[in-house]
Design a protein around this ligand. Sequence first.
Ligand code: MG
Ligand code: ZN
Length: 366
Amino acid sequence: MKNMLYKAIIFSFIIILSGCSASNISTSGRRESRVKNIIFFIGDGMGTAQVYAGMTISPEPLVLESFPFTGFSKTYSSDNYVTDSGAGGTALACGKKTRNNMIGMGPDSTDIASIVAIAHKNGLATGVLSTASVTHATPASFVAHNITRNDYEGIAEDFLNGTADVFIGGGEDNFRNRKDGKDLTLSLEEQGYDVVYTMDDLKASGSEKIAGLLAKEHMPRVTEGRVGVLAEMTAKAISTLSRNKNGFFLMVEGSMIDWGGHAKDFEYIVSELLDMDEAVGVAKEFAENDGKTLIVVTADHETGGLTLVGGDRKSHQVRSNFIQTGNHTATMVPVFAYGPGAHKFTGIYENTFFLDEFVNLLRISK
Ligand code: MG
Ligand code: ZN
């Protein structure tokens, strides 16, 4: 018996050795295809409880559940154990911890380049999508530099810096109903952007540069009629950006998972989470066919201290509770990755970890 086991071990060792020499596997033991495109989803306020609530409520498995690599991200900011979406977005976009409320700046108020700016500089196509106003903290962190997230009109002016070829969300008023009377959409058009205000015009646009301002301020909630819109925005952004033969970087935000948490509204959270998962499905379908697209899904922080205190998997029901504050919490947030390079995103790391990994995987320079 012992002898047989010994033979079996030797035999499998020989198979492994011959397998190595035959297929020329890298030192990491992994065959990697090149990463050409990255799609980065941020579920604002999406902790593990929010994800598991969605998994329980949904009659079908979430797309997220099919992602083969998972990790955890530590979300604290440079000045607070509990981050806001300004510092959280800046860490994800620019790879640096900063003070709460700041956008695209270090704690010393100097501008930092985001992955969108870096990808643009390297000739990739870039996009930023949000169900909130595009000037809101999360999308703003990828494009703008501001000492305060509340300067929406100042942040809108930074969208004239041309780093995002496609940006779609709400925020029309910040561009053309401003205190200074300027109409920034005229400048965008001069730069070659197709500025559109409806989903029909967005879908019809053949431009490589699109500014989609689909609401005066924020877009409506899923439960108030925004059904499937983020998935359609994602599909349009992918079909537009993928025309660039150098590749693309696209950030997609599910903004209102956070707002459901602030409102302590469980249905609001779950409807927004499932809506983002549908958009993840659109991205995954593209990535499956493409083979060179990495998808990473994470959050900037958890919101609401959501806990799941009971439920039933068969009838897809959850009993939930929130901590008293109705605000953000400090817990680690989950990370899900699919595609070439996805194995890099397993483990526990800082929320500043993504930028360098993205730059390295895309083989671009800062
Ligand atoms: Mg946000
Ligand atoms: Zn929030």
